[in-house]
Write a protein that binds this ligand. Structure first.
Ligand code: PGA
Length: 262
């Protein structure tokens, strides 16, 4: 059985520490109903310390939304992988499209993946095309993003890797729509095939592949069952503990078909 994974990306929300603590307290109540599902919440870096206190003694894990590619020193405004790990973070989102849009290069993202996995934290590498074309060039684009993001990552570090497929056209408040399960299935096969080409079959299937982009409690079951994925990276629907709780319940209840090995 695959372990399903839900990662909550709070982005730049909520607006006060008091609200962040209140949201974390509500999410904490889900601890007793996690079952086998792995739940990670990634608050803004400023709130990590307090959220960590709220969810301590639960199985809910702490995530971070970004990280510096450097270890220490003159990096104004940044947090290193070591600092985040020291604060209790176990999963770090790398290469989110909103960060790529602000100028993060493939090279920088690759350095971040290596910095995070080098410290035995999990790098959740985000990839995804901004638009689609009839000729399928978006597949080449996605393949290239994966190859460059994973450059130099050794097989032994794959246990510290997750991939999030997030097509930009389906993310955030301006999203056109979530993907169709059939479209997602095609992409999850493509991502796994790319991982097989890089690392071989024996290990490639162990890397969790998540989907992100307008996931909510209503579409989660179809995307999970039809998309052959391991879970979700969730933005807006993670900002209400109620909605997130419903998403968790749906995720737990959805049967995921055995992945067809290529
Ligand atoms: P969304 O964001 O669920 O609000 O579309 C997903 C993400 O960017 O992680």
């Amino acid at each position: 059985m695959i372990q399903k994974i839900l990662v909550a990306n709070w982005k730049m929300n909520p607006q006060t520490l008091a609200e962040a603590k209140a949201l974390a307290l509500e999410v904490k109540k889900l601890n007793k109903s996690l079952g086998e599902t792995r739940v990670v919440i990634a608050p803004p870096a400023l709130y990590i310390g307090e959220v960590s206190k709220v969810i301590s003694k639960t199985k809910i894990e702490l995530g971070a939304q970004n990280v510096s590619s450097e270890k220490e020193g003159a990096q104004t405004g940044e947090n290193s992988a070591g600092m985040l790990k020291d604060a209790g973070v176990s999963v770090i989102i790398v290469g989110h499209s909103e960060c790529r849009a602000k100028g993060e290069s493939d090279d920088m993202i690759n350095k971040k993946v290596l910095a995070v996995t080098g410290l035995s934290a999990v790098a959740l590498l985000c990839v995804g095309e901004s638009s689609r074309d009839e000729e399928g060039h978006y597949l080449e684009f996605l393949g290239a993003q994966l190859v460059s993001g994973l450059k130099g990552l050794q097989v032994k570090s794959l246990k510290n890797l997750m991939i999030a497929y997030e097509p930009i056209w389906a993310i955030g408040a301006n999203a056109k729509r979530a993907m169709l399960p059939s479209e997602l299935h095609e992409m999850s096969i493509f991502i796994r095939k790319t991982l097989i080409n890089l690392y071989g079959k024996a290990v490639a299937y162990k890397v969790p592949v998540l989907y992100g982009g307008s996931v909510d409690e209503k579409n989660a079951n179809l995307l999970l069952a039809g998309g052959a994925i391991d879970g979700f990276l969730v933005g807006r629907a993670s900002l209400s503990a109620d909605t997130f709780g419903q998403l968790l319940a749906t995720t737990k209840a959805t049967g995921v078909p055995k992945i067809v090995k290529l």
